[in-house]
Design a binder for this molecule. Structure first.
Ligand SMILES: Cc1cc2nc3c(=O)[nH]c(=O)nc-3n(C[C@H](O)[C@H](O)[C@H](O)COP(=O)(O)O)c2cc1C
Length: 156
């Protein structure tokens, strides 16, 4: 079982979040393939049970390379139904577009018919960091990875 984690990061903050999410996925015995959006071959979607997207918050939404990846994923439209998804973001401030960014990515996953687990505590829609993730934000990312891997195993 494999989860594809696709992220964009210019200054390293979202990248650190991606690594923490991957750690959580792997703790559950699920493979985590971590890819920069600019280098990710969309064909990898053919062999994964989960897709997690990470982007910095840019003008209240995802950065262009992540949107490009989502748009290219149309190649697999209909083939991701029932697979598990998630999203995370790093933003410059709190309440400055981070939740809208996560939700924009989640919308793309939902259009694919994917299942996106929420969280009853903390970051309800997906992990958020203000700037560089601190220990608490990294922990929320790790738990997000755990939650997604557990759901994949439950559905298998
Ligand atoms: C083009 C651009 C647009 C941005 N727009 C926002 C924004 O709308 N809200 C916000 O909180 N931060 C904004 N930021 C700040 C980044 O989201 C923030 O620095 C983030 O931590 C960068 O993540 P990275 O290190 O993964 O590149 C913007 C930064 C850039 C370069």
């Amino acid at each position: 079982m494999k989860v594809l984690i696709v992220y964009y990061s210019r200054t390293g903050n979202t990248e650190k979040m991606a690594q923490a999410v991957a750690q959580g996925v792997e703790e559950e015995g699920v493979e985590a393939a971590v890819r920069k959006a600019e280098e990710c071959d969309v064909d990898e979607l053919a062999s994964v049970e989960g897709l997690i997207l990470g982007s910095p918050t840019y003008y209240g939404t995802m950065a262009a390379p992540i949107k490009k990846f989502i748009d290219e994923s149309v190649k697999f439209h209909g083939q991701l139904v029932g697979k598990v998804g998630g999203a995370f973001t790093s933003a410059g401030g709190a309440g400055s577009g981070n939740e809208t960014t996560v939700m924009a990515m989640v919308q793309g996953l939902l259009v694919h018919g994917m299942i996106v687990p929420g969280s009853h505590r903390g970051d309800h829609y997906g992990p958020i960091a203000v700037g560089e993730p601190d220990a608490a934000a990294e922990e929320r990312c790790r738990k997000h990875g755990v939650r997604i891997a557990q759901l994949i195993k439950k559905l298998a």
